[in-house]
Write a protein of this length. Structure first.
Length: 419
């Protein structure tokens, strides 16, 4: 089977990109032929990729000239250049199926039209809620929007809600543009044949957003065999670790506030993102000498950070579709302290493989960190339970089997429709 993975970027910038890298390598081992399509920002794992000539321009509207913005304004919503290159690419490689990860903001839904025109099955993994909300269900940049005001199909109503709730800060223009992009994308989602939800929480949200339950399946994410091949170092307990994107919805600012209460406990922060400088300023302003920003880590360096920690922390204040860093931490024998929200709460069993706390509750978070720092034997036992859980439920074999079954079901359905 020939599978074409489509995503705005082909670099491990976040969960969606990391998933593509891992699953493509796994499927190749299963005998599938894998291709990629993304913007022309290069690749960290497929250098000199054979088909880079088909990758369209990355339309970075924020850091471009007014002339460039004017020329590409409509392509920002529906990229005809990406559509043209994608069709040329499709004609050459002739994939059996297209697997979309994230295309909303750069590749745009124009490529969905190409697949529809050529009757190529499209499957999409819902890695988050941005197909409904441009700020990951965050009002005023830091308040979880549990009512999900933008689930409606009324574009004007959604724009008003986005502006009034300051979901994109105080910039009404950004809010309007973002909601129009989402509105257009949701119209094209009807042409997607099947959706994969990494968690029950994501599935439930998708149902509220109007996606047909007959077009969805829950297939939890998995941890790469490269993690499970490593022997956990349960005795190495030097610090706590946050590993992930540094954006507002990830709740790292709450974590820094918790660390103010714990001056004798060390925290290492691995990751980059739009909030990086703000978080560093916050740490300096509060004299957090126990907090160290170590930048973006990959490969063995990244695994070493997990191996030497007491526990990892995921303080998200948004609906996480899954939480890949949770199972990565478990695989290397370390428990996780995580917000009791979305997919996080489905993986972390409080007191068994980690500790959960109310999102945004700084005292609960600080208490959880203090508890594991004081009782390192509990941290070891929780880490062992996490490792066992990953081996049973979040392994590559389990995930690939379910995914390939979905691929085969979808391609057979398309063949029947053609006949």
């Amino acid at each position: 089977m020939k599978i074409l993975f489509v995503n705005d970027f082909l670099k491990p910038l976040g969960g969606a990109e990391t998933y593509i890298i891992n699953i493509s390598q796994l499927l190749e081992k299963k005998g599938c032929k894998v291709f990629f399509f993304a913007t022309n920002t290069g690749s960290d794992f497929e250098e000199n990729y054979k088909y880079l000539k088909y990758f369209p321009e990355y339309l970075n509207m924020k850091n471009s000239s007014k002339l460039h913005q004017f020329k590409n304004f409509f392509n920002f919503f529906y990229d005809n250049n990406a559509k043209k290159k994608f069709e040329e690419y499709i004609n050459e490689i002739k994939p059996d199926l297209v697997h979309i990860s994230s295309i909303l903001y750069y590749l745009t839904p124009s490529i969905i039209d190409v697949c529809s025109k050529k009757n190529i099955p499209i499957i999409s993994t819902l890695h988050g809620v941005k197909f409904v909300c441009p700020s990951n269900l965050m009002r005023s940049r830091n308040i979880y929007c549990d009512k999900a005001f933008c689930l409606s199909n009324n574009i004007m109503n959604n724009i008003v809600n986005c502006i009034s709730n300051k979901c994109k800060g105080k910039n009404a223009v950004n809010a309007t543009i973002s909601m129009f992009k989402i509105y257009l994308y949701r119209k094209y989602m009807d042409k997607i044949d099947y959706f994969i939800c990494p968690s029950q929480a994501m599935y439930d949200f998708a149902v509220k957003a109007g996606i047909d339950t007959n077009k969805m399946a829950i297939i939890p994410n998995y941890v790469s065999d490269l993690y499970l091949q490593d022997v956990p170092d349960y005795d190495s307990q030097q610090y706590f670790l946050y590993a992930g994107r540094l954006s507002r919805e990830k709740g790292v600012h709450y974590l820094l506030k918790a660390m103010e209460k714990l001056p004798d406990i060390k925290l290492r922060i691995a990751g980059v993102g739009q909030e990086e400088e703000n978080l560093k300023k916050m740490a300096r302003a509060n004299n957090l000498k126990n907090v160290e920003f170590i930048g973006f880590k990959t490969g063995e360096e990244f695994k070493k950070e997990y191996k030497n920690c007491i526990a990892s922390i995921l303080p998200s204040n948004c609906l996480e579709a899954f939480g890949l860093t949770i199972v990565e931490s478990f695989a290397l024998g370390k428990p996780v302290i995580g917000s009791n929200i979305g997919g996080i709460a489905e993986i972390i069993k409080d007191g068994i493989n980690g500790i959960t706390f109310e999102p945004g509750n700084i005292d609960e978070l600080a208490n959880a960190i203090y508890r594991l720092n004081q009782d390192k034997n509990s941290a070891i036992n929780m880490g062992k339970n996490g490792r066992n859980m990953v081996e049973k439920f979040y392994n590559a074999e389990h995930h690939s089997k379910k995914l390939i079954q979905s691929y085969e079901l979808l391609t057979k359905q398309k063949v029947k429709l053609e006949k």
